[in-house]
Design a protein around this ligand. Structure first.
Ligand code: MN
Length: 717
């Protein structure tokens, strides 16, 4: 294996090519001499002098045009860890910013935990914290890791595999999200080489064998495209483009055959302006037939890591498929160096560089914002790590807002995850979703390139059902915290109300009950220390008001806690419903008005529970008209329907037996019947099961014919 022997002169040549300020140059040299002195006498496992490592790391950093602070940190990144260094002197010499970056990188290397899991949890947290302070911590770490991977051959196989796995799990995705393609791609190839050497060399071999043929074809295609663009006076450059071994491996792994991988033949066309990109695309398409559905416009809709380019696949010369990327030089810079490209383009020195890069990163990179938000959400370390790993860094789909903003979500995400990602207020007030113009249920699984529109309603709020729907930890936590906050508030309020009602009933003055001495006794007995907890315990039914009052006052007979009214009962027998223009959506019968087959009905788009069917006369609909949609009954009912009837009589005599026998004569079954009022006359509430409206109307008619019955009404609660 070759050794990466380089000297400070090699590095400075590179530095001089873009850092022009002599003072900054001087500081970089200072950092080098300091590091060289501190590392004197140390050697790497590969046998080289230690200083070769920081030199190489810094050389990698110059390839993405890192600023002088970053380069100094690169040279010094191992001195705090490995050498005897006076921290104050270090800060004095190189400044606090350089110190913080080096310290951040050092902390990443210093973790020792017993289990892999603990280790990973801490590792991620350190990375995130480091990054949130200064993104350059991660950029230096990426360069450090890249050089270590290049020289990994000198370490034992076990360690090679462990490091490679870590790279694929953490560092390559980080590089990808920072848009630093150059580093990401090399990291992946190196990891594959250590993890699956056979596969790696097999692919490399196949590429080699077909290389000559491919090179000729690519060259010929390149000539044709150049001629075409020259004819139309579009200044450009064309690069043949090597696919990374890892990206080929990934496609093979997904079941594709080597010969089927389209983009083995690839070209990249670089032009001056965005307009030229589209012109070039049009010309290429007019000459070479494009493969349907392979065209992607990442210029109009950049990827969340800022990547911009046009992608198309065409039938090129000799029938070969070519994947062609068309972009401007500036877009190409961003594609290769990501966030780091802002060093090359926008900056010309000055002390506010740090702030710039950091705020740019936060502004421009969605994943960065998300990680910062996750950090603010109070969640367990394990949840935090799995969200970062599974949801932010890996396995993602891209979906669009109707305006074309791109959001990145983990696979399996639903419109609700999307809504919460846009903003928690949007999430909380979601009432429905459209994907690519069609209404979808809230548990619809989003796919890449879906255009998602969320309907909201200011007065709407989350449903507990959503917890079973959402995929992202972020959305789940926001829903949970909404409920824990809201439920607690409601129960505290209810508890206070119950308690004070009972106090009034027992004619105990509030100020006496709440007097210092008495309330202290209550706290002591119940082992609590504030009123909210007291109310909460009462509201949630842990103690009855009298339990509490009895602590200081003479006992009254114990009451049972009141049962809360059973609020919702969903009847799912709704397969007889046709929803206009949609099939396969969850439909259920509203429990407030219980329509039966044949009733005039209206569909209502719920939060997270498909569509519920109401009678058009249901008063609960009045306030929800913007969420109503047209529905109708299928001709032949296949289900049975529940209906609630209120039966009023002019007698106090018990007529239950008589009523039930009339009902059963009509072949209607009763699921419940109870007396709801016995003041002057008895009133009954009865739930029956019928086939349809005709069946129900016949029953109502027969009941009305009973002499003592004054009215029969269908209930709308
Ligand atoms: Mn290092």
């Amino acid at each position: 294996m070759k050794k990466d022997t380089i000297t400070i002169d090699d590095l400075m040549d590179k530095v001089d090519s873009y850092i022009k300020d002599p003072k900054e140059r001087e500081k970089i040299l200072d950092a080098y001499y300091y590091a060289k002195e501190k590392h004197a006498g140390q050697y790497r496992k590969s046998g080289e002098e230690y200083i070769i490592h920081p030199l190489n790391v810094t050389l990698i950093l110059t390839s993405i045009y890192a600023d002088s602070v970053c380069l100094m940190a690169g040279l010094l990144h191992d001195v705090i860890e490995d050498c005897d260094v006076d921290i104050d002197e270090f800060k004095e010499k190189f400044g606090l910013t350089v110190y913080k970056i080096v310290d951040g990188v050092t902390k990443l290397g210093r973790l020792h935990f017993s289990t892999d899991n603990e280790y990973l949890v801490e590792y991620y947290k350190k990375i995130i914290v480091g990054m949130s302070e200064d993104v350059r911590v991660i950029i230096v770490k990426l360069a450090d890791r890249l050089h270590n991977m290049r020289t990994l051959w000198a370490t034992p196989v076990e360690k090679q595999k462990k490091k490679s796995k870590e790279v694929l799990e953490i560092f390559a995705p980080l590089a990808h999200h920072l848009g630093i393609h150059k580093i990401k791609s090399e990291l992946e190839d190196l990891s594959l080489r250590y993890l699956k050497p056979t596969v790696f060399y097999d692919i490399a071999d196949k590429l080699n064998k077909t290389k000559a043929e491919r090179d000729t074809t690519v060259y010929e295609m390149q000539e044709e495209v150049t001629e075409l663009l020259n004819e139309h006076h579009i200044p450009h450059q064309i690069k043949g483009r090597a696919k990374s071994i890892y990206s080929i491996y990934n496609k093979l792994d997904k079941g594709k055959k080597f010969s089927d991988i389209y983009d083995l033949l690839a070209l990249r066309v670089l032009v001056d302006t965005e307009q030229d990109c589209y012109l070039a695309l049009g010309l290429i398409h007019s000459k070479f037939r494009p493969l349907p559905k392979r065209f992607k416009d990442y210029i109009a809709m950049p990827k969340p890591n800022m990547y911009q380019s046009l992608h198309t696949t065409v039938f090129g010369i000799d029938g070969y498929l070519f994947e062609i990327q068309i972009r401007t030089y500036e877009m190409d810079e961003v594609a290769e160096n990501g966030i780091a490209s802002h060093w090359a383009y926008k900056e010309n020195g000055g002390s506010n560089k740090t702030a710039n890069l950091q705020s740019l990163t936060t502004q421009k990179l969605q994943f960065f914002k998300e990680i910062m938000e996750l950090e603010n959400d109070k969640m367990s370390s394990e949840d935090f790590v799995s969200s970062v790993k599974d949801e932010v860094l890996n396995n993602n789909i891209y979906v669009f807002t109707p305006k074309g903003d791109v959001f990145e979500l983990p696979k399996g995400s639903t419109p609700l995850d999307f809504a919460y990602k846009v903003h928690s207020k949007v999430g909380e007030t979601t009432v429905g979703a459209f994907v690519n113009g069609n209404i979808v249920p809230l548990d619809y699984e989003l796919k890449s390139n879906d255009i998602v529109k969320i309907n909201t309603n200011k007065s709407a709020h989350p449903s507990k059902e959503w917890l079973n729907i959402v995929k992202t930890t972020g959305a789940r936590n926001k829903i949970k915290s909404y409920f824990s906050k809201n439920e607690k508030e409601v129960l505290v309020e209810r508890g206070k109300e119950f308690l004070e009602k009972e106090l009034r009933k027992r004619k105990i003055p509030l100020n006496d009950f709440y007097s210092d001495e008495k309330i202290k006794e209550v706290y002591k007995t119940l082992k609590i220390d504030n009123l909210d907890d007291l109310y909460y315990d009462i509201g949630s039914g842990k103690h009855t008001p009298n339990n509490v009052i009895n602590i200081n006052y003479e006992k009254k007979e114990e009451e049972k806690p009141k049962l809360l009214k059973n609020i919702v009962k969903i009847n799912d027998s709704a397969s007889d419903i046709i929803v206009d223009g949609i099939d396969k959506i969850k439909v259920s019968i509203a429990s407030c008005c219980k329509p039966v087959h044949g009733d005039d009905i209206v569909g209502y788009i719920t939060r997270g529970n498909g569509i519920t069917i109401h009678r058009s006369t249901c008063r609960n609909l009045a306030s929800m008209d913007d969420r109503c949609i047209k529905v109708s009954w299928d001709d032949k009912p296949t289900n049975k329907y529940y209906s609630d009837l209120i039966i009023r009589t002019d007698t106090l005599d018990n007529k239950l037996v008589d009523i039930t026998s009339t009902v059963s004569k009509d072949n209607v079954s009763i699921t419940s019947i109870k007396t709801v009022n016995r003041d002057e006359y008895a009133t009954y509430e009865m739930e029956v099961v019928v086939r349809d409206l005709e069946h129900l109307n016949k029953l109502i008619l027969d009941l009305n014919n009973l002499p003592y019955i004054t009215s029969v009404e269908r209930l709308i609660s």
